[in-house]
Design a protein around this ligand. Structure first.
Ligand SMILES: *Cc1c(COP(=O)(O)O)cnc(C)c1O
Length: 370
């Protein structure tokens, strides 16, 4: 028993901490294995590009100073990129930070927050931490069932989270259906469309024809919030920087609770450089397309099923209890992600790495399942 639980808010008492992918150093410590491949956190295997490295080197001289609390230069670049006003942007310490701001601004204890079964694990955490009720719509074919979600909107619903594509399923929604859903949501309910994997999903080669850029709809829906991150295709997960785009009045509220220095100075510089380096993102996306084909072809050959994904990861049905397969893979130095906590006890989510990483994973999986 935790001696402070009586004092904590009820929402916090019911929480389990977010389970991140196992760090490489931890596997080394616990299992004594070396030469480890980590395919567990949807990180970009290429890392950041050369322009980011250069920006970071230049930023070292300014580390004694506080960061620009308004992120002026990064916001200018984002404003130009998205064709939005600077006042529509809210910067986050990762986009998860912004998801939390939305709940803290709009949700009180007893209110409802709606999202889908198998959706991103931060949604229930930020909801319950606010003392709100998580309303979970059943999934259809592992993805969001927008009809089921619409049917669950009540007069207590304050926020709806939609991940497009979703993590850990990789499923995605077509622009027509998603736009119709947003249009049907009452204007006093905030709809967050989480586009953490936008760069991957919007590449035509991955097959998501009709995948939308929801930021284009901001002019039509003042209750819409679109989140993006530098953690995935831009390769900056370790620096923590993401943002939302919304109506300026909504952004104004989010910025009232945003800690002034939530994005550090190196992250601001790196994000600005990463945004400008479109070639590096193209390379990451191109690699992802090739490796998606390699991994899904190979698992199909092994007789396994997977959920078709437009992210930089794929969830594979390992044909039984995935926990033991996860553990056996760890012993071979391959870290993937168990997703039982997402209601998917038969699946493992595998991030697409470099070709040699993915081949290590496939060889280890063949051995484990043999
Ligand atoms: C990774 C991820 C995020 C963002 O993570 P940050 O590093 O906090 O920007 C948001 N949503 C989904 C669905 C993700 O998978």
């Amino acid at each position: 028993m935790n001696r402070f639980e009586d004092l904590a808010t009820p929402g916090v008492c019911g929480l389990q901490p977010y389970q991140p992918g196992k760090p490489i150093e931890e596997l080394q410590r616990e299992y004594g294995v070396s030469d480890i491949v980590k395919l567990a956190s949807n990180e970009n295997p290429l890392g950041p590009g050369p322009r980011v490295r250069e920006a970071l080197a230049n930023g070292l001289d300014e580390l004694a100073r506080y960061p620009d609390g308004n992120g002026f230069a990064l916001k200018q670049a984002l404003s130009a990129r998205h064709g939005v006003d600077v006042a529509q942007i809210t910067l986050g310490n990762g986009s998860s930070d912004v998801l939390e701001f939305v709940v803290r601004v709009f949700v009180q204890p007893g209110d409802e927050v709606l999202f889908s079964e198998h959706a991103f694990a931060m949604y229930p955490i930020v909801t319950r931490a606010a003392g709100a009720k998580a309303v979970v719509a059943p999934a259809r074919d592992w993805g969001h069932d927008l009809e089921a979600m619409q049917a669950l909107i009540t007069d207590r619903t304050r926020v709806i989270f939609v991940a497009n594509p979703n993590n850990p399923t990789g499923t995605w929604l077509h622009g027509d259906e998603l736009r119709a859903f947003v249009a049907a949501v009452p204007e006093n309910v905030i709809v967050v469309i989480d586009e953490a994997y936008f760069e991957y999903a919007s590449d035509p080669a991955l097959g998501a024809a009709g995948y939308p850029d929801a930021s284009r709809w901001l002019g039509d829906f003042p209750n819409l919030v679109v989140t993006r991150t530098f953690s995935k295709a831009h390769g900056l997960a370790g620096l923590r920087v993401g943002y939302s785009l919304s109506h300026a009045d909504l952004a104004n509220l989010l910025n009232r609770i945003r800690p002034p220095f939530n994005v550090n100075s190196l992250a601001l510089l790196a994000a600005e450089a990463a945004l400008a380096d479109e070639e590096h993102v193209r390379q990451a996306v191109h690699l992802n397309v090739e490796e998606m084909a390699r991994v899904t072809d190979a698992v199909t050959e092994m007789g396994l099923e997977f959920i078709p994904s437009v992210g930089n990861f794929v969830s594979i049905d390992v044909g039984g209890d995935a926990a033991s397969v996860y553990d056996a893979l760890l012993r071979q130095g391959v870290i993937v992600r168990p997703v039982a906590n997402y209601g998917m006890p038969r699946h493992l989510r595998v991030t697409l790495g470099l070709q040699e990483d993915n081949e290590r994973f496939l060889a280890a999986l063949r051995k484990v399942l043999a």
